[in-house]
Design a protein around this ligand. Structure first.
Ligand code: CTP
Length: 397
């Protein structure tokens, strides 16, 4: 089931060109099974008609403070009362200014003031309007008031200029809503995650690596951040964007990864080792490109890399350690043996041939109580289930 199924969301739309993207966001929310009420400002109705949004969400759009169909004539209070979150997308410079100063002269601004639930805004405006000190002051005020802000993004603008100010993509606003509505099961916890492959140089242009994409580790970092944890992601070389609210440390080799992890292990509550760490490095890697010599194949001498998870698990006061195992056969047997050998409370195992590079995966979790199968699903969904499992294991009984 989708994370937003049955969640009660109020989508506010203000008058900017990006209002057309609000229709796309509404569609994503409805597709996820959310219960969506749309409220538009008068200016927004100049860009997209309420009919479009009504057709998408299957419910009349509210635009008017003085709507006589609301029994007590208090649309500004009624509209937000049964909502779990309000998202204003796009939020124009003018609307942000209003919000920051508590003006309530139309339905949307009044209900934002009257609401009891969280508020997310997705600013959208010309880059100079965004950079203007007044806008920056207003956004800082809103953040200080506890309002969540997503974007704006950089790129081409409707006015023909290029820069920061475009509304974040609907998929990114959607992801932010998922994060804000997620149960905060790891609030106050510090989580350290490793992800991706490592790269062990042979010379300055060649090396030994593996096919790990980093997607599972990045998903775990994202899920932990959504659950309210303070997350540091130590990442081998990947092409992935850093998940929101995650601090990322880039490393190349296993030994660099070990140093980055051990430096941060004290004070860490949970260590989740998702990285596919190379087991060996090349002894005497060259600091120049090795030239080919006809008829002479070079020999590489390998030496073992440190076992990062093993070292963290054997610290005097180790964090709660979670390992990953990619096996190609005998999943259950190898995974349980690996968990015991490393002395860790939880191990997530998957089949390497199914996991590497894919967006989907299937995991089996092994702990003292046996095994828990997480059927095939997108990696982010599995990561959220894994985080939920860790939170339950750590919850005081
Ligand atoms: N790991 C680590 N440091 C290493 C190797 C692995 O931290 N040098 C971590 C991985 O991030 C993963 C787990 O240990 O969480 C995997 O355990 P490992 O015994 O290395 O698994 P495999 O490499 O799959 O072992 P094998 O090659 O024996 O199957």
């Amino acid at each position: 089931m989708s994370e937003l199924a049955s969640r009660r969301i109020l989508l506010g739309v203000t008058g900017g060109v990006a209002a057309y993207k609000a229709a796309e966001l509404a569609r994503l929310l409805v597709k996820a099974g959310a219960d969506v009420q749309v409220v538009m400002t008068e200016a927004a109705t100049r860009f997209v008609t309420p009919v479009t949004l009504q057709a998408l969400v299957g419910r009349a759009v509210l635009t008017d403070m003085w709507d006589a169909s609301v029994p007590n004539n208090m649309a500004h209070i009624e509209a937000s009362r049964d909502r779990e979150i309000v998202v204003v997308a796009p939020a124009t410079a003018g609307f942000l200014a209003k919000l920051a100063h508590g003006f309530a002269d139309d339905l949307l601004s009044a209900l934002c003031l009257a609401r009891e639930c969280p508020l997310l805004v997705a600013p959208a405006m010309n880059r100079q309007m965004w950079e203007h000190p007044a806008t920056q002051r207003n956004v800082a005020t809103l953040r200080a008031d506890g309002v969540a802000v997503v974007g704006p993004a950089a790129g081409d603008q409707a006015c023909g200029e290029t820069g920061l100010g475009r509304m974040s993509e609907p998929a990114d606003i959607y992801a932010e809503l998922v994060a804000l509505l997620a149960p905060k099961t790891l609030a106050g916890k510090r989580v350290l995650v490793t992800a991706g492959p490592t790269f062990e140089p042979i010379d300055t242009v060649r090396g030994i690596t593996n096919l790990s994409s980093g997607k599972m580790g990045y998903a775990v970092a994202q899920a932990a951040a959504e659950a309210g944890a303070e997350v540091t992601l130590v990442s081998g070389p990947t092409a992935l964007p850093t998940p929101p609210r995650v601090a990322r440390v880039d490393v190349t080799t296993a030994r660099e990864m070990r140093d980055a992890v051990l430096a941060r292990a004290p004070g860490t509550d949970i260590f989740i080792a998702v990285a596919a760490v190379a087991d060996y490095h090349v002894v005497g890697a060259k600091d120049h490109k090795i030239k080919k010599r006809a008829g002479e194949a070079p020999t590489l001498t390998l030496a073992e890399n440190p076992d990062i998870l093993g070292e963290v698990a054997s610290l005097p006061r180790p964090p709660f350690c979670v390992g990953f195992a990619a096996e190609t056969e005998n999943l259950r047997e190898y995974a349980q043996a690996k968990r015991k050998k490393k002395g860790i409370p939880l191990l997530a195992a998957n089949l390497a041939q199914e996991a590497f590079g894919a967006d989907d995966n299937a995991l089996t979790l092994f702990d003292d109580h046996g095994e828990h199968v997480l059927p095939r699903a997108p990696k982010i969904r599995l990561a959220r289930e894994l985080v939920g499992h860790i939170a339950r294991m750590l919850a005081p009984r």
